[in-house]
Design a protein around this ligand. Structure first.
Ligand code: ZN
Length: 285
C-alpha cells in the first residue's frame, strides 16, 4: 500500500502569524539549501519519491532548489507565494498567489503544479471560494484540511475523499482518540508521540485501504538552526520537542511504502472510487 510523504518547502521563519510579514525575512542564517539537501539524501537512501509543496517566494529566492528536487524525481507542488493564511486573502489575491507560484515553478521545473497545500491548514469552510479557484486554476488535489481542533475541522474526514467540484482532498495523518484526533502525521505530533502509535496508525489506515499522508518541514531536520522567539504554546508546536524529525522519517521510510500525492491521485482516477467518496464516518480508527 502506497503512502504519501510530503515536505512543505519554506524557510525557518515561515511560522504563521509569528512574523509581521512573511515576505520580509528576519535576521538569521539561511539554512534551507543544506536542510533540503539532507532531506533529499534520506529520500535517495530509501529510493523514495515525495511531494514538495514549495513556497513561490522561496523558489524565487533560491532558484537552484526546484530544479534539484525535480531532477531527483520528486513532485513539485504549490504552497502558495507569500505564506499568508488563505483566510486573510481576498479571492483574487489567492488566485494571484496560485498563478504567480505556478508560473515560477513551471519555469523552473517544466510543468505546472497540480497539488496545493495552504499555510497552516487555512483553507476550509471559511474560504469556500478557494476550492473553486483551485479547480479553475487546474489543480487536481488539495492537502489543506486537517481534522484537528483549533487548526481545522475537528470532525472532518481523516482519509482521502473527493469534493463536490472534483478536487481530491488528502488530509494529513491523524490518530483518532476519544477527545479529538491527534496530529501524528507531522509537526510537533510526529516528533512527540511514540513511534509505536504512529506506526500502528499507518498500519490501521493501510489495512482499511487508505494511504497515510506524512508532512515535514526543512527546519525540523535542523534543531540547531535559527529560532523565532515565540510564546510558550506556539513555541512548543514549532520547535518542541527540539529533536530532529530525521529519526521519525527514517523509521517510517524503513517500514512503509511511500510515493507522491499525484501518483496516488492517478491511481484513484483510474479505478472506481465509490468507496473513497464516502470517507467521513467509515474511516478506520
Ligand atoms: Zn508552510
Amino acid at each position: 500500500m502506497d503512502n504519501a510523504l510530503t515536505i512543505d518547502l519554506e524557510e525557518w521563519y515561515h511560522i504563521c502569524t509569528a512574523v509581521p510579514d512573511p515576505l520580509t525575512p528576519p535576521a538569521g542564517e539561511r539554512r534551507l539549501r543544506g536542510n533540503t539537501g539532507a532531506i533529499l539524501a534520506i529520500l535517495e537512501r530509501f529510493q523514495v519519491v515525495a511531494t514538495f509543496f514549495i513556497l513561490g517566494s522561496v523558489a524565487e529566492a533560491e532558484p537552484s532548489l526546484v530544479p534539484l528536487i525535480a531532477a531527483a524525481g520528486h513532485e513539485i507542488a504549490s504552497h502558495g507565494w507569500s505564506h499568508r493564511l488563505v483566510t486573510t486573502l481576498q479571492p483574487e489575491e489567492f488566485r494571484d498567489e496560485l498563478r504567480r507560484t505556478g508560473d515560477l515553478l513551471e519555469q523552473q521545473c517544466g510543468h505546472r503544479p497540480i497539488g496545493f497545500r495552504a499555510p497552516q491548514w487555512s483553507l476550509g469552510p471559511a474560504t469556500p471560494w478557494a476550492f473553486h479557484i483551485l479547480r479553475e486554476e487546474g489543480f487536481r488535489y488539495d492537502s489543506s484540511l486537517n481534522p484537528l481542533p483549533f487548526v481545522g475541522e475537528r470532525r472532518g474526514p481523516r482519509t482521502p475523499h473527493r469534493l463536490d467540484n472534483g478536487l481530491w482532498e488528502l488530509p494529513p495523518l491523524t490518530t483518532a482518540s476519544p477527545a479529538c484526533n491527534l496530529p501524528t502525521g507531522g509537526g510537533w505530533g510526529l516528533r512527540f508521540f511514540p513511534g509505536m502509535l504512529i506506526n500502528a496508525t499507518v498500519r490501521r489506515l493501510n489495512r482499511g485501504g487508505f494511504p497515510a499522508v506524512i508532512y515535514i518541514h526543512p527546519r525540523e531536520i535542523d534543531p540547531a538552526g535559527p529560532r523565532l522567539p515565540l510564546p510558550l504554546l506556539k513555541g512548543f508546536a514549532a520547535y518542541g520537542p527540539r529533536r530532529s524529525v530525521a529519526g521519525r522519517l527514517t523509521m517510517l521510510l524503513a517500514r512503509f511504502r511511500f510515493t507522491t500525492m499525484t501518483r496516488l491521485v492517478d491511481q484513484w482516477d483510474t479505478v472506481s472510487s465509490s468507496r473513497r467518496t464516502t470517507p467521513s464516518h467509515s474511516s478506520p480508527r
